[in-house]
Design a protein around this ligand. Sequence first.
Ligand SMILES: Cc1cc2nc3c(=O)[nH]c(=O)nc-3n(C[C@H](O)[C@H](O)[C@H](O)COP(=O)(O)O)c2cc1C
Length: 168
Amino acid sequence: MFENEGTVATEQWMKTAICYYSRHHGNTLKVLEAMAEEGKVDLIDVTTRQLVRLEEYDCVGFASGIYGFEFQKAVVEFARQYLPQGKPVFFVYTYGGAKGTGAKAVAEIAQEKGCPVLGEFSCKGYDTFGPFKLVGGIAKGHPDTEDLKHARQFYRAIQETYQRGESV
Ligand SMILES: Cc1cc2nc3c(=O)[nH]c(=O)nc-3n(C[C@H](O)[C@H](O)[C@H](O)COP(=O)(O)O)c2cc1C
């Protein structure tokens, strides 16, 4: 059902929750805010106390900076506790230069719960951790305009996959 050529009617948009942790420079949150411009997206900070009803969403994203070569543990625990069985999921992360295991820990939980994976997006994020601070940080300026453009494209692509009802 299309409103205009190339424009999906808003009522067709999937309802998405993205459960995230973003602390170092808010890099991951910038990426998520760009994605959220593309559809019906609620951003859920996993460190705030709130009523969580992920059952009400069509799709759930998990997002984090990479800290010590992996996703922040609070995001992984959040997925373990609240991700409903069989819910379509996707993963997002930003990293300074060495992504390590990336989204592996949350992907394993999704697999245990029989959740189809719609996709994964990652990009560089400004990093001044430890010794990098001495040199003014690495991945300066990231996420940049191109990164955010790719983030929007990614979200639109998984939304289209969902709308077509394609298996992933
Ligand atoms: C404590 C700490 C550990 C980090 N460890 C890594 C790492 O192992 N690999 C990496 O590429 N970047 C690492 N970084 C950089 C972050 O992944 C990067 O800056 C990311 O964009 C931060 O996301 P945020 O601003 O959303 O918190 C680390 C940053 C911090 C503060």
